[in-house]
Design a protein around this ligand. Sequence first.
Ligand code: ZN
Length: 466
Amino acid sequence: MRITIHGAAGEVTGSSHLLEFGKQRILLDCGLHQGGREDEARNADEFPFAVDSLDAVVISHAHIDHLGRLPLLVKRGYRGPVFTHRATADLARIMLEDSAQLAAADTERHNRRRLREGLPADEVPLYSALDVADTLSLLRGLDYASPTEILPGLTLTLRDAGHILGSASVELRGETPKGPRTLLFSGDLGSKGAPLMNDPVSVPQADLVLLESTYGDRLHRSRQATVAELGEVFRQAAAQRGNVLIPAFAVGRSQEILYWLARHYDEWQIGQWQIYLDSPMALRVTDVYSRHCRLFDRDGQQRWRTESNPFQLPNLRLIHSVQDSQALNARGGGCIIIAGSGMCNGGRIRHHLRHNLWRDNAHVVFAGYQARGTLGRALVDGAEYVSIFGERIKVNATRHTIGGLSAHADQNGLVDWYGDIARHPRVVLVHGEDEPRAALAQRLNERFGAEVKIPSAGQTYVSSPV
Ligand code: ZN
């Protein structure tokens, strides 16, 4: 078994790894690069392997940086099966349809600008709704912990990674003349004790491990401290009569924020706010969460049975139309606005930021990872001015980074998950910037004597028995 790291090497987006097992080739994840313009321009590049040489694709979870390039793969000729968890297959429809729509809108805006300048249109969208439809027809939904022979001699088992609904660690076991070999790809690992999600399931055995390292250099505050921190934001914002903006990924973060608002409704006096979920995609995703509520952890399932739907709040308004979204622009206080995208590099949150960042009574809560090059990262890093739709905006709003709300395991979570694998096999760190990778490598080495690799894109590793 040979694995080549093609994406998310030294960064957190564009996850993509190629496994070669004998003559068979399997792509693990096919994610979009996200970040600044240059990062995103890489999405249109040639794939670094022959598309028609692939026999199967496996997708770890429904975040766009793990599956967003899949329709391009199909557009360029891939027709084989795409294996993933069945909840991910449901979420993929929403994510990819949205992605195609965004690509079409971006291209149209770009081409219109060129036409106004007297230049010919020069862009085509990365892929279309038709490519997405073709892609969806290739999805094969699986359950957790059900080994499935996906190619002759190669068995796939998905384990609950506890990151978002349907998220999986990918275990691929191949029978070779020298005995079985197992490659384990962590996918994105969730944070222990996160609401609704189970804790990441440990995997007992592997010969080679690809481990995510998003927060490899950080420890989250405890769940209790995190929740208190969030409550304090609402108290401060209420005292200042401002708005609270929460950029949130449509999958995972939006549902978790609603869950916390419901749990602490009285304590945080949430009744005094008008809450807006301004993300048509998040609404559809929340429906999928409802349909798959059996995958929730015990507490989540119990709440579901006893309190009807934890996503329902009496003062929650779901915003569908652009007009209703724009109507919020004039509101100077009293609103909690949850909108995508989570890293502020697109979506309706940009309009809300434009109309609120200059207000000194506004608050922005960052509940997820902000990749290099995104507007969210600039804000988290303390930018005094930002540019939104070509307009220079002074940032007077208070910014809060609440790491403990993250859907990613912190350093201890990553170390514990790896520590459960027998005999501590060789581990390749992916899905993390350089500092977190270096810190995690040092910790894994000191604690377990692990052989840790920090790949750059294009590097290959061969699994040998531990
Ligand atoms: Zn993810």
